[in-house]
Design a protein. Structure first.
Length: 229
């Protein structure tokens, strides 16, 4: 998609820090309902999750390779309504949840997925990392290793879920699953750069890249307005 800079769509951005997966899903559901009723503009959530494994609608339980090890680490497996198979979320991973009206963006589902991947590819390029797509596999890759997983949900053209970028994530738990059912290894920005990037800087770069790719006029929302207790 080539956005029209003359008519940028407003988008509120909330940087929420660490949020439990279930609470973030409830928030997404509330926002998606409000977006569908035109009560709010497009909304972009940036956050991290405590350690958790999630299973998408096309997930296969055999891709959880070592459930006993996950249980011993108190890492739950949660079945959710996003597309895709199994993945891991944890601290040091930037999760991006766009709540968008795709019709307002004139986007098809493949076009939306392409935009999410492109947002991440451009961010990584800003750090000197050459990332690509792999045909018939969703997500963003550096070589044959996956650096960002992608899974979305659409209802009446309103989006939920999104993508997860490994910034300085502990990659160990990925060995306890078959990530996205591909049999391929996960990597992170920290592993590739040989240093730990600032999450604050990555978040800012992600917002800039998102606004550029989606043609959005972003404004920062007050994260304190959301209650998670």
């Amino acid at each position: 998609m080539i956005p029209n800079p003359k008519n940028p769509l407003p988008c509120r951005v909330f940087r929420l820090g660490m949020v439990d997966y279930e609470k973030a899903l409830l928030l997404q559901n509330r926002l998606a309902e409000a977006r569908g009723k035109e009560e709010i503009p497009d909304t972009l959530l940036l956050l991290q999750h405590p350690p958790v494994v999630t299973m998408g609608k096309s997930g296969k339980t055999q891709n959880v390779l070592n459930p006993q090890a996950l249980e011993s680490r108190n890492i739950k497996v949660i079945f959710t309504d996003r597309g895709g198979d199994v993945t891991y979320h944890g601290p040091g991973q930037l999760v991006l949840y766009p709540i968008l009206n795709l019709r307002a963006h004139h986007l098809s589902v493949p076009g939306y997925v392409w935009n999410l991947e492109e947002t991440t590819i451009r961010l990584l390029a800003a750090y000197g990392l050459t990332a690509t797509r792999i045909e018939k596999l969703r997500g963003v890759w550096v070589g044959q290793e996956k650096i960002a997983a992608l899974g979305v949900h659409l209802s009446r053209w309103i989006s939920k879920h999104g993508l997860a970028l490994n910034v300085f994530t502990d990659l160990g738990p990925f060995t306890l699953i078959n990530p996205c059912g591909t049999g391929r290894r996960a990597t992170s920005m920290a592993e590739l750069l040989g240093r730990r990037p600032s999450m604050d800087e990555i978040e800012k770069e992600m917002v800039r890249s998102f606004a550029e790719v989606f043609g959005s006029q972003v404004s920062e929302g007050d994260a304190k307005s959301w209650e998670f207790d």
